[in-house]
Write a protein that binds this ligand. Structure first.
Ligand code: SAM
Length: 334
């Protein structure tokens, strides 16, 4: 499956695919993608998109996933239950593990990923390895070698395959305090941002559990809201271009203390709420959980044509706004 030909200039070194089978399945080539904080990242030729924004992979993992997770709200004897959707090179989970290092926190961890190469390539990069404590590195290495880790603080399992199907392989009774959702952007990978998939993720959250994503797309936010979650907006990562939002925190009610702001997040602004009333809020739908990206995009366009909502362009003009970008900012496709 190829979504579309890359209209962009390729930069960096083309990395050889380590797994010919994956290339046969059309997962495309991975190129090195240098980021401003010096952290190693990749660019996918299939999705025509970088894995992280240009401000930096580590930067982004800390600001958009670890910081707003606010794990200090849990009691020390709590076993933290985490699901990392689109594990990739592993930055988000590794940054979380490192943030807990030295604390007596137990963890039950699950990851979903379709391609084994990003982690393999990251572990071949010395700069990447040097970011992490010894125990985090051991977990990453173990995931690369046998898709699991076990240590004194818990255990983790990485499931390889399409996240839509792999989610069913996590025991039904397993709920999560944190879900990191870090798929490629909704326009490139709509199958992982569909109303149906987001609802299934929302159903897996424990009360007060948090889903974190860099996406601020109105369609994604609307689907998370319809899944019964409360929405908050993420603050930009250091060095990141200031926009009107840097991502979304979705919280599962009931909330004991409904705060309007926290570490790295705030309530949605009036503008963000209005964005949810425009055509951009029409969700991505994938009723069978098996549709290709093109079918999902087409279905959404058809629904947008008849939805009766104000066009997002006219709403932007009315408010003197630049087009809100749903995608992860990247110089490769700006
Ligand atoms: C933006 S990158 C994730 C970056 C990652 N969180 C990190 O810290 O490196 C998106 C990832 O989604 C994976 N992916 C794409 N389609 C998928 C699918 N259907 N199911 C599971 N993973 C998928 C890609 O292989 C890629 O690693």
């Amino acid at each position: 499956m190829r979504l579309q030909q890359c209209p962009i200039r390729r930069s960096g070194t083309t990395l050889p695919a380590s797994d010919a089978e994956l290339l046969d399945q059309g997962l495309g080539e991975l190129d090195q993608f240098p980021t401003l904080d010096g952290s190693f990242s990749l660019h996918s030729s299939l999705f025509c998109e970088a894995f992280h924004n240009s401000a930096g992979a580590l930067n982004e993992a800390r600001a958009k996933f670890v910081r707003p997770a606010e794990v200090q709200r849990f009691k020390p004897d709590h076993t933290l239950r985490v699901l990392d959707v689109c594990f990739g090179l592993g930055y988000n989970s590794a940054a979380l593990w490192d943030s807990l290092s030295g604390q007596t926190s137990r963890m039950q961890w699950w990851g979903l990923e379709i391609d084994a190469r990003p982690l393999r390539l990251a572990l071949a990069n010395t700069g990447f390895i040097n970011h992490w404590t010894h125990s985090t590195f051991n977990r990453l290495r173990s995931l690369d070698q046998c898709s699991e880790w076990t240590d004194a603080d818990g255990q983790g399992t990485l499931l390889f395959g399409d996240a839509r199907q792999c989610l069913d392989n996590i025991p039904e009774e397993q709920s999560f305090d944190l879900i990191f959702h870090d798929a490629f952007s909704p326009q490139r990978c709509p199958q992982l941002w569909s109303e149906e998939f987001l609802k299934r993720l929302g159903d897996r959250l424990a009360p007060e559990g948090r889903l974190l994503t860099y996406s601020r797309s109105a369609a994604v936010r609307t689907s998370l809201k319809r899944a019964g979650l409360e929405l908050r907006s993420l603050l930009p990562a250091p060095g990141e271009r200031q926009g009107w939002s840097s991502g979304t925190l979705a919280i599962k009610p009931p909330l004991l203390h409904a705060q309007s702001s926290g570490d790295g997040w705030r309530s949605l602004s009036q503008l963000e709420l209005e964005h949810l009333k425009t055509r951009a809020a029409v969700p991505f739908r994938d009723p069978s959980g098996r549709d290709h990206a093109a079918e999902i995009i087409q279905r959404r366009h058809a629904e947008q044509r008849v939805c009766g909502l104000e066009s997002t362009n006219s709403w932007q003009r009315r408010n003197g706004l630049n087009k809100p970008k749903n995608d992860r900012p990247s110089p490769l496709h700006n």
